[in-house]
Design a protein around this ligand. Structure first.
Ligand code: ATP
Ligand code: MG
Length: 134
């Protein structure tokens, strides 16, 4: 059962990454997993801008945060495009390919819905686990 859910659109440009982080931090003030949630949303927002049509002029992306009793669901809906999100080993030259691996390591589950018209990349945090590890 969902306790609450908030969503907000952001312009698909770099300053929105910080704004999206602040949005999540404000919503999750006092929650155990706030740092992890900020990091995940920051990676997903960066990807939406860099790798999807959300980064084109006039593009935008939607950040959603859904709270359950001991779970947080985070999602970033982008405007799609030809490439698909995939977590892979970082390139040998050390450039890129770490964001989704980080998301996978912080979350208990993550995935992608959608197609070239728009994709939601989502991740789930176990807040009971996060609370216990502090
Ligand atoms: N929202 C997205 N839409 C389309 N493709 C995506 C999206 N997010 C990620 N990808 C694809 O998945 C790859 C892996 O993403 P990841 O975030 O792990 O690495 P990166 O963005 O290339 O580099 P880094 O995050 O380390 O700076 C990207 O290079 C891109 O091809
Ligand atoms: Mg990335």
């Amino acid at each position: 059962m969902s306790v609450w859910r908030f969503s907000r659109y952001f312009l698909g440009s770099a300053p929105s990454i910080t704004e999206a982080r602040r949005f999540v931090a404000a919503l999750l003030r006092g929650w155990p997993a706030v740092d992890e949630a900020e990091l995940i949303v920051s990676e997903l927002a960066t990807n939406a801008i860099r790798h999807s049509a959300s980064g084109r002029f006039g593009g935008r992306f939607l950040v959603s945060v859904q709270a359950h009793t001991d779970r947080l669901w985070l999602g970033v809906l982008d405007e799609g495009g030809p490439s698909s999100p995939r977590a892979s080993r970082p390139c040998l030259d050390g450039e890129g390919g770490r964001g989704l691996l980080l998301v996978a390591s912080l979350s208990i589950d993550w995935g992608v819905w959608g197609d070239e018209h728009g994709r939601t990349v989502w991740a789930v945090l176990d807040t009971a686990l996060q609370g216990a590890s502090r």
